[in-house]
Design a binder for this molecule. Sequence first.
Ligand code: PGA
Length: 300
Amino acid sequence: MRIIKYDDIMSAKNQGRKKVVAHSASLVSPYARETALRFGIEIVENLSIKREENNMRKPFIAGNWKMNKTNRETVKLLNNLKPLVSDAGDVDIMVAPPYTSLTLAAEILTDNNIMLGAQNMHQEESSAYTGEITADMLIEAGCSWVILGHSERRKYFGCSDELVNKKLKKALSKGLNPIVCVGEQLEEREAGNTFEILRRQVTEGLKEINDPVTIAYEPVWAIGTGKTASPEQADDAHKFIREMLADIYNPEIAEDIRILYGGSVKPTNISELMAKKNIDGGLIGGASLNAESFSQIVKF
Ligand code: PGA
């Protein structure tokens, strides 16, 4: 059961939204109701938001655990999560724990509907790169997915578009499924450069790539900040990316590529996002660290 809380109303207020949608399986706390009334925000209830009927892409919900969870905590989280999503139906689910938990996670997720991914990977086959990890190591640990070019890798670890491209080529050559992350910083959005940044990241990142790859649009200003892009803002960016993919591949392939949204996705905002034509899933950080909230997102 999802609960619409005071925080959800305040975040809608801070983002200038006039409506908060309560999914059919949501409860609204009395304080949230009072707050909404005070700020003139409408709570739309009993509305089961449907994905657009013409969106044939299978939803994909991926959890990026970042630098969280020891082995012991991984066991606990996955054992709690498994029964909660076992009946999730037609949705792809992936979790990306830290490297140290991958082998253990793979064992726990045997014969399960949750796939395993890594958060990064080195572009070389093997060599003297202290602290790095190769595609083969990830595959042998049980990964079928790898996240590339996450904004935190770009910001703190110098991951450039060129590096993303090299990593992507290596991942594809090994049969790993990549999720390539793109997204603008706050100053770039405010300066009206969002699409220019996305154009650069997508064209440079996907240079000389023929295989379709999953993309995650993650506006940097929305990551871990509690500030989600509005469904319209996200859909506009996704549409723009899909148009670029049509140029890079062709319109049919672009139509099939899944573009995930990431940045403060929560059980209370996933339905609105997923109702948008070009949004095919979510890359979830904070809310993937708790079995209850991640499963609610999976079952948007
Ligand atoms: P967040 O992170 O959900 O905590 O904002 C998303 C991400 O960085 O992938």
